[in-house]
Design a protein around this ligand. Structure first.
Ligand SMILES: Nc1ncnc2c1ncn2[C@@H]1O[C@H](COP(=O)(O)OP(=O)(O)OP(=O)(O)O)[C@@H](O)[C@H]1O
Length: 240
């Protein structure tokens, strides 16, 4: 079954449509990326999926449940583009908070937190407060939180922004490992080269309209790169 089912959704902010008649299904266990230029509607779609806003029309289901049902978000982890949390929390404190919210405690919580800190190479920052961290370090704390608990669906908004080249490589490895564990990833991004390397499926959005949905493999059969395909698709969409 598809883990995300988006049916004919539209969303406007006042008179302006941010999304128009979008239908999209995401298969379980795939790495999916929603690509689009600035203002395309990517964040709006994520907010609708997480029920942070409501659609004007159409419906979204996660795990077969309408997103109005809070149970649809069980096992869903979300990291916004700029991760932030109470500045007086340490990295360990943040991860313990996320774990406790998921009902994980004691030795199991300590083991998961230590493993997440190691995976993101921030064990040395475990006891540092967020207020004393760089942007990239804070982003790594946010990304470590997706490893806490048994998340089925991981939604990442521009996860590569703010990461240095080592961070980008580490994150790609983490995404690969999570895919091997059968997790589904929904990634909003502008960084086409990274997406070409790690994604199974993409959709291209521009000005609130869905211009393409399909596999990266099918794109690369016909095009030199995802980059070329993206620019051509967006430009043809603009011309219409
Ligand atoms: N709160 C808001 N009020 C009014 N218009 C908004 C609001 N949020 C977004 N928009 C508009 O909706 C459209 C889609 O915005 P959205 O943030 O979803 O795009 P995006 O693809 O995530 O862009 P970016 O890549 O720049 O983050 C844009 O035209 C934007 O100006």
């Amino acid at each position: 079954m598809d883990i995300i089912q988006i049916k004919d959704i539209s969303k406007s902010y006042g008179p302006d449509f941010a999304l128009t008649d979008i239908s999209l299904n995401i298969q379980r266990g795939k790495v999916f990326s929603l690509l689009g230029p600035n203002g395309a509607g990517k964040t709006t779609l994520v907010k609708l999926m997480l029920n942070l806003m409501h659609t004007d029309s159409g419906s979204i289901e996660i795990n077969g449940l309408n997103v109005n049902d809070k149970n649809s978000r069980m096992g869903v982890a979300f990291i916004p583009e700029k991760f932030s949390f109470f500045p007086f929390y340490t990295a360990r404190g943040v991860l313990e908070f996320f774990g406790k919210m998921k009902g994980i405690e004691g030795v199991e919580l300590t083991a998961q937190v230590n493993s997440a800190l190691e995976e993101l190479q921030i064990s040395d920052l475990a006891n540092r407060k967020l207020s004393k961290m760089s942007k990239g370090q804070m982003q790594r704390v946010g990304l470590a939180s997706i490893l806490i608990g048994n998340n089925d669906l991981i939604v990442l908004d521009e996860p590569f922004s703010g990461l240095d080249p080592i961070g980008i490589r580490d994150l790609k490895e983490i995404i690969k490992k999570l895919k091997e564990q059968g997790k589904t990833m929904f990634i909003n991004s502008h960084i086409l080269l990274e997406m070409e390397q790690i994604c199974d499926e993409i959709a291209i959005l521009n000005k609130g309209k869905l211009l393409f949905a399909g596999s990266v493999a099918s794109v690369l059969e016909k095009e030199k790169s995802l980059d070329d395909f993206f620019y051509r698709t967006v430009n043809e969409g603009r011309a219409q």
